[in-house]
Design a protein around this ligand. Structure first.
Ligand SMILES: [Fe+2]
Length: 286
């Protein structure tokens, strides 16, 4: 129907194949050369829903309208809106977007995000800013998991040298200025809240062994408006770290694709991954 990544339909949606035409509510309004008796009302576009949390748009593709007791976005997010209100995400503006094509299943990306045991080996730059055993995890839920990581002494934010070149976001308390909150919000949203910016990863499964990952860095508009605005220190740091994570996730994908692969046991520091596995298994009906 449409392969543009973004844009607006003006007043109708037309299929480029045989010119079936829909209005902006998804109703079929024209279908050339169909026989008498063809009922356009029976062929609308599929319905989808969306909801917004503090600037983040969530789309859900299940059939609508659903049952009245169907859980909505608020139910899914639980206490996160309250927990992260101080970052005022809706006020932030996009500073940079990088799209990655990763040859790994999306669940490997979620798992990789949820542990830092690999950090000393894989992320020498990150290892200078966080101690890899420094995570303070929240109790995992069926809808999200995550936790906070404090900085090493002298570090102010996640950047190429640990220096913070932007003001702390207004509204953060003393504790929130001293750490990063890393949360995986299922199924495909990774939210990383820093003292001075917010980074998001959105995972789009493209095949069982391929994921498109959209990484975005969001900043306070006052910072972006400054003539000497700095964001490259944060973008470069995480772009490097992202690529390290994508590389190891691709290696992991290659490993589990081997005919001799067997799942191995987790360490005692990987409880979040274990909880994610259970959620996946439950949603798969196991
Ligand atoms: Fe990593």
């Amino acid at each position: 129907m449409c392969d543009a990544a973004e844009g607006h339909f003006v007043d109708r949606i037309q299929c480029p194949y045989h010119a079936w035409t829909y209005d902006l509510h998804g109703r079929l309004v024209a279908a050339p050369h169909m026989p008498p008796g063809f009922c356009k009302e029976e062929y609308p576009l599929h319905r989808a829903g969306c909801d917004v949390w503090d600037g983040n748009i969530f789309v859900f593709l299940r059939a609508l309208p659903g049952p009245p007791d169907q859980p909505g976005l608020r139910d899914q997010l639980g206490d996160l809106p309250e927990r992260f209100a101080a970052w005022r995400m809706g006020e932030l503006r996009l500073g940079r977007r990088i799209v990655y094509d990763v040859k790994a299943n999306w669940k490997l990306i979620v798992q990789n995000y949820n542990e830092c045991l690999h950090c000393p080996n894989l992320h020498p730059a990150l290892h200078k800013l966080h101690h890899y055993l420094g995570a303070d995890n929240a109790a995992p839920t069926a809808c999200y998991c995550g936790g906070a990581m404090g900085f090493r002494d002298g570090v102010e934010t996640m950047s190429v040298d640990g220096r913070r070149r932007r003001d702390v976001l207004p509204g953060l308390d003393a504790a929130q200025r001293e750490r990063v909150e890393y949360y995986a919000i299922y199924p495909n949203f990774l939210l990383s809240l820093h003292p001075d910016y917010v980074m998001t990863h959105t995972l789009w499964p493209r095949a069982h062994d391929r994921s498109e990952i959209v990484c975005e860095w969001h900043f306070h508009p006052d910072e972006l408006a400054k003539p000497d605005a700095h964001i490259d220190d944060a973008v470069e740091f995480w772009d490097r770290t992202n690529r390290e994570d994508w590389w190891i996730s691709e290696q992991s994908q290659a490993g589990i694709s081997s005919r001799v692969y067997q799942p191995g046991p987790y360490s005692e520091r990987e409880a979040l991954l274990w909880s994610f596995d259970h959620i996946v298994r439950r949603s798969a009906g196991e």
